[in-house]
Design a protein around this ligand. Structure first.
Ligand code: HAM
Length: 432
């Protein structure tokens, strides 16, 4: 085994998988644009406080999974940084920092990129993973909640995943959640002996987190615990009913899941997750999101409502493969320029450069080997055409070989790019 390996929980995306991610990124950006979201980039690391405040100190994401960054010199001695475990906190920090409340509301932002969590690695759970994220900041809903859930469901359809299920809940707000959390605390306290040690500690700091514990010992307890849905205040109940009515009007199928609370502290009211249809055993969400009406204020802004989602791209690639859609590497080049004179790399490179300028995907074979070996290499690349430089080059001509048909003809260099573009398009779409 080589001495240097990618860090545990991370992996290299080799060309086939990278192409699958690139495809999902294109779908994400195209969709987000159609829904009026504008791309934003925030730093891959932030002051730890941004995540501690936003996500919450008593969450797995901050307590156990935050990658803290210690540069250990200069300003870094005073700063506490962490790699972003999720994008919402950074985007909301940017919303406040750049005074975006003065823009037309809601501000719709989207970001696709890597996130970092020091999680225990397993299938579908990595320490560096990718999310497609959207955030709409400045609209109290519930119409926009439905719009965002519909966007998420459409992303999976356009990616080619069939029958992704939407699970939905309302987790209340500052008016009704405290009383529910108190009931939950009392109920879990009555079960104290059955609680694992970490959950006992959290019972004091954050009882709601017990509902999304990953500890299998918690499963039966969670199933018996009181649900928030029975404790919503009239305003939250009305918002939830409004969201459901909008989803029904849009034809988005969903199932209400009263124990869905999500693993981050900033949520209020709407919480939702997307699941693959055949998920069995301990299930991993493909994506999730919800409303965070207190978050802008927590990060120093004026009270402003917001909602968004994060969809895990790694899990979409896995789910597509489980469905039989394995990633495939993109072809290297459609044209390879070869030469009867193995030493003449200049002519090959010059022709390749001209053809690239015309928009073709071209490789010049620069290995100084026999013509037959160069042609074998072109076929192995999956190229459609070989441009062969031979004696005719002195008359401004080359041979073009159709590698699939096995035919060959002479073409003037002046016509080469046009001829190849036409032949390439026939290859893609069939003869005109
Ligand atoms: P989250 O549920 O923590 O939400 O993450 C969203 C998605 O990221 C998950 O459903 C999953 O697909 C993927 N994911 C999370 N952790 C891992 C991991 N270790 N390995 C692979 N994939 C992972 C958020 O991050 C919120 N910021 C979503 C949001 C946006 N809420 C409002 N706006």
């Amino acid at each position: 085994m080589p001495r240097c390996q990618a860090p545990r929980g991370t992996r290299d995306l080799l060309p086939a998988e990278r192409a699958a991610f690139a495809r999902l990124e294109r779908i994400a950006l195209d969709l987000a644009t159609r829904y009026g979201f504008q791309p934003i980039e925030t730093p891959l690391f932030e002051q730890s406080e941004v995540f501690e405040r936003a996500v919450g100190s008593a969450t797995d994401v901050v307590e156990k999974e935050l990658f803290r960054v210690h540069a250990g010199r200069g300003e870094a001695e005073r700063e506490r940084w962490a790699l972003r475990p999720e994008p919402t906190a950074g985007i909301v920090r940017a919303y406040v920092q750049h005074g975006m409340r003065n823009l037309h509301q809601p501000v719709r932002l989207t970001l696709t990129g890597p996130m970092f969590r020091y999680d225990r690695p397993q299938a579908g759970r990595y320490r560096q993973f990718w999310q497609f994220d959207v955030e709409a900041i400045g609209d109290p809903g519930p119409g926009i909640d439905a719009e965002i859930i519909e966007l998420g469901a459409r992303f999976y359809r356009e990616a080619g995943l069939r029958d992704v299920a939407v699970r939905l809940n309302s987790i209340g707000d500052g008016a009704c959640r405290p009383a529910y959390v108190e009931r939950l605390r009392e109920w879990f306290a009555s079960q104290h002996d059955r609680l694992p040690p970490l959950e006992r500690a959290r019972l004091e700091s954050n009882p709601l987190r017990l509902l999304d514990s990953k500890d299998p010992a918690m499963e039966p307890l969670i199933a018996e615990a009181p649900t928030i849905t029975e404790h919503l205040c009239p305003a939250c109940a009305e918002h939830f009913a409004g969201l459901r009515a909008h989803l029904e009007a849009l034809g988005v199928a969903y199932a209400v899941e009263p124990r869905l609370v999500r693993g981050l502290d900033y949520y209020t009211r709407t919480a939702f997750e997307f699941y693959p249809p055949t998920a069995e055993g301990p299930q991993q969400a493909l994506g999730g999101g919800g409303r965070y009406d207190g978050l802008v204020e927590l990060l120093g802004g004026q009270p402003t409502p917001g909602i968004g989602f994060g969809l895990g791209l790694d899990r979409v690639v896995l789910a597509l493969a489980a469905q039989g859609d394995e990633p495939t590497a993109p072809p290297h080049a459609s044209v390879v320029v070869v030469s009867a004179d193995p030493a003449d790399t200049v002519t090959r490179l010059r022709i390749a450069t001209d053809l690239r300028g015309a928009g073709l995907r071209v490789r010049a074979d620069l290995g100084q080997r026999r013509l037959s070996r160069q042609l074998e290499g072109a076929a192995r690349d999956g190229a459609h055409f070989a441009v062969i430089c031979g004696d005719e080059i002195t008359n401004g001509q080359v041979q073009v070989k159709d590698l699939d048909a096995g035919t060959q003809r002479t073409v003037n260099l002046a016509d080469l790019a046009r001829e190849l573009l036409r032949a390439e398009s026939q290859h893609r779409h069939g003869p005109a």
